[in-house]
Design a protein around this ligand. Structure first.
Ligand SMILES: *Cc1c(COP(=O)(O)O)cnc(C)c1O
Length: 386
């Protein structure tokens, strides 16, 4: 099956033949527990909804299929998924390597929880240069953690080259694929051991559910994460599982429109004299446009740009937009705007922000699927007001 077909059918095959009611849409199984006939007789595969639930199963099957993986595991949030991966693959004293331009919450989790409380050593490196990854490997390195493109600067790294280092040194490679989604990028096919998602973003796509997922084809990794998901309990609820299942059905259509609008906005901003610099993987001016074309089948819906402005003017600009909602988060049908220095990335110390290139006048937009003319008009009026 091709992507669009899998997104509609995998995990939701109507069951008519063996006693099923033939629901075309997977029911929301709001049960916490499952009955059995006899104590020593196995149940029909389910015992208790923390361990497994049919609605969550349906979503997990679909996510696995979309990422070309064998197993999907759905979590209560993207960070719950990330935390469970670290708890499953690392021990106190181990070392990991991470891209230095990560989602702020991921970095907070690594530095302030795993490093401070559990002595997990983290090296943040500029993964745009593959040799920086190779140089950071130590005896106790167990995991490489990548986002590509990164948040908010849309930096990219070469998954295939880094996967070959990881393979050589027997280190796990995890890729957070939230920004591109499997519609545009398939990290497992490029050699990653596991893919992590915040389903809160594009996969659900409608700003009405928080969730996360891990996808892998490795039996051993799956068994550990599955065990720890049940042991630590950060599962996705049946209702949210249904929401994300529903979201995935239109993922391909939404991603096409997100990208089309984002490209138009990136080009518009690039030609505007109040804009210093635009970051969008689809622009030929992006220093890593070639990598984008090599490992992605599209460029996504996230655009960042620097205004020729100070922090106060940048604040005035984002507050002056009418259609772009001023809010954290991304990847939903409506356009959102935010100021990383004061919002999503405020937990990163200012000198660290400066080092990774997140300036005070950096604006991040998550381009929605509205009519492009309305979006451009809104940007125009807010730019004029600076
Ligand atoms: C939002 C986000 C996360 C965290 O996911 P939550 O669902 O908010 O816990 C992780 N990585 C990226 C790239 C994100 O955008």
């Amino acid at each position: 099956m091709k992507f669009e077909t899998k997104a509609l059918h995998v995990g939701e095959e109507p069951n008519i033949s063996d006693g099923g009611s033939g629901d075309v849409v997977s029911p929301i199984h709001l049960t916490s527990t499952f009955a059995r006939d006899k104590i020593d007789q196995p149940t029909k595969g389910y015992e208790y909804s923390r361990s497994a639930n049919p609605t969550r199963d349906a979503l997990e099957k679909r996510l696995a299929a979309l990422e070309n993986g064998k197993y999907g595991i759905a979590f209560a949030s993207g960070l719950a998924a990330t935390a469970t991966v670290i708890l499953s693959l690392l021990r106190a004293g181990d070392h990991m390597i991470a891209f230095d331009d990560l989602y702020g919450g991921t970095r907070r989790l690594f530095s302030q929880l795993f490093k401070e409380n559990f002595n997990i050593d983290v090296s943040y490196v500029d993964a745009r240069k593959v040799e920086n990854i190779a140089d950071a490997v130590k005896g106790k390195t167990r995991l490489i953690w990548l986002e590509t493109p990164t948040n908010p600067l849309l930096k990219m790294c070469d998954i295939r080259s880094i996967a070959s280092i990881a393979w050589d040194k027997k280190i796990f490679l995890a890729v957070d694929n939230t920004f591109m989604t499997p519609y545009f990028q398939l990290p497992l096919d490029l050699g990653a051991d596991l893919v992590v998602h915040s389903t809160t973003k594009y996969l659900n796509g409608h700003s009405d559910s928080v969730g996360g997922a891990v996808i892998t084809s490795d039996d051993h990794i799956h068994d550990k994460i599955r065990f720890n998901q049940n042991a630590a309990g950060a599962i996705l609820s049946p209702f949210d599982s249904y929401m994300v299942l529903r979201g995935t059905k239109t993922l391909s259509l939404r991603m096409e429109r997100h990208q089309q609008n984002a490209m138009a906005i990136a080009k518009y901003l690039e030609g505007h004299d109040k804009v210093e610099q635009v970051f969008y993987p689809g622009l030929e001016s992006h220093p890593q446009h070639q990598i984008a074309k090599k490992q992605m089948s599209g460029f996504g819906g996230m655009v960042s740009f620097e205004l020729k402005a100070d922090l106060n003017q940048a604040r005035g600009f984002v507050e002056g937009l009418r259609l772009f909602t001023l809010a954290e988060s991304l990847g939903c049908v409506e356009s959102l705007v935010e100021l990383p220095a004061l919002m999503t990335h405020s937990s990163i110390p200012p000198e660290e922000r400066k080092k990774t290139g997140i300036k005070d006048s950096l604006i991040r937009i998550s381009v929605g699927i509205e009519n492009i003319d309305d979006l451009l008009d809104d940007l125009e009026q807010a730019l004029n007001a600076i």
